[in-house]
Design a protein around this ligand. Structure first.
Ligand SMILES: Cc1cc2nc3c(=O)[nH]c(=O)nc-3n(C[C@H](O)[C@H](O)[C@H](O)COP(=O)(O)O)c2cc1C
Length: 366
């Protein structure tokens, strides 16, 4: 029997990053940093090292400052304790033969004073994103109207990204990814419903994108552009401000085309949920963007191999599948079935549902 190598299992170069396969572990917030430092614990190195078979691991979204916080028990990368915690993670991943980049995030207005030491959340403009945020006293609660960033606060926030990128370097990461997807601060700046500024950061699409380009330039003082990735979600629909209407998609098309000039290591794009629509959108992004693309949302082994085979993406990221299948690449290689994650242990808690998912080999032995 002849075996044909699966496209996902072939090596690829993303900017300065050499990957032995094209299976990327998507960033996954797991909320296991239940300590006052918001630092990775001793569970984190074990969790990430178990998944080192991925061509590249993108860390869970991590805060660039204590003003960036919007969920409980999610680690940051702005303090020495956090850098020490992440250093143990990168060592464990490298010792296991893997590569890992740090995903740098800030939730802007999608937060609550309880996450911010009593301070009011800040956004591009004073517009309530109409989202929910989880706080211990009330559980899931509605977001309020944020305060608009002052110009000096925008500069300080861009500096926070630069400092966090420098911390990621000291912690031994192989690069960084900017968390510009979902309802995050970068996406809030891009969104004309949330960004009603009249200064250089608001108005036309190019001006709304300025915050992202300024952040890319700032982290580019620390990392070569070939070690910087950006994760975008043109199709994101959430709260009262995020819709994927025609104008939104056209805005993102323009942004994606413009990002070619940044010379990024890779552009990580969340496509639409529907499989046929996914192919057409990635064909469009391929023609707009001259660089390497990591495709995401809802891929399986077969659809992942297919999109790489078609030449519409250079690599494919898998989020949910990596939770219960630490050896996802080996399972793809062997054609083994995938396990489902326990939804009750996605966020928070300890080792259960985090570091205790067996490998396929172990499963077959039991
Ligand atoms: C538990 C969980 C946590 C997530 N946390 C993050 C995150 O921190 N940063 C991010 O960019 N995306 C996050 N995502 C989105 C994933 O990276 C990915 O885009 C999404 O799961 C779709 O990919 P999939 O269909 O392969 O799961 C999260 C998804 C899940 C299920």
């Amino acid at each position: 029997m002849t075996t044909v190598q699966q496209p996902l299992l072939t090596p690829v170069r993303l900017g300065d990053l050499e990957l032995p396969n094209r299976v990327v572990m998507a960033p996954l917030t797991r909320a296991r940093a239940a300590n006052t430092d918001l630092a990775p614990t001793r569970l984190h190195p074990a969790y990430y090292a178990q998944r080192a078979g991925a061509g590249l691991i993108v860390s869970e979204g991590t805060w660039v400052s204590d003003r960036a916080i919007g969920y409980l028990n999610v680690p940051g990368i702005y303090s020495e304790a956090q850098v020490a915690g992440w250093t143990a993670v990168t060592r464990a991943v490298h010792d296991a033969g893997g590569r890992i980049v740090s995903q740098l995030g800030h939730v802007g207005s999608v937060s609550h004073p309880d996450h911010l030491g009593g301070r009011q959340p800040v956004g591009p403009s004073a517009v309530n994103p109409g989202e929910k945020t989880f706080i211990p006293t009330l559980g899931l609660t509605d977001t309020g109207t944020p305060r608009a960033f002052r110009a000096d606060e925008i500069a300080a926030t861009i500096e926070d990204y630069r400092a966090a990128a420098a911390n990621a370097r000291r912690a031994g990461f192989d690069g960084i990814e900017l968390h510009a997807q979902g309802s995050q601060l970068v996406a809030q700046f891009l969104n004309p419903r949330l960004n009603q500024r009249t200064d250089a950061y608001g108005g036309s699409q190019d001006r709304r994108a300025r915050f992202l380009f300024d952040v890319i330039a700032a982290v580019g003082e620390v990392w070569s552009s070939g070690r910087i990735g950006v994760k975008l979600s043109p199709y994101w629909t959430n709260g009262s401000a995020f819709t994927a209407d025609e104008d939104t998609l056209a805005d993102y098309d323009r942004l994606i085309a413009r990002l070619t000039s940044a010379g990024l290591g890779y552009l990580h794009i969340m496509g639409p949920a529907s499989a046929p629509e996914r192919l057409t959108s990635f064909a469009r992004y391929r023609s707009l963007y001259d660089g390497t693309i990591v495709a995401n949302v809802g891929f399986t082994r077969d659809s992942g191999n297919d999109i790489v085979e078609r030449g519409l993406a250079d690599a494919v990221s898998f989020g949910a599948p990596f939770i219960a299948n630490p050896d996802l690449v080996a399972r793809f290689a062997g054609g083994h079935p995938l396990a489902d994650a326990d939804r009750n242990t996605l966020y928070g808690g300890g080792a259960e549902g985090y570091t205790d998912y067996p490998t396929s080999h172990a499963t077959h032995l039991t």
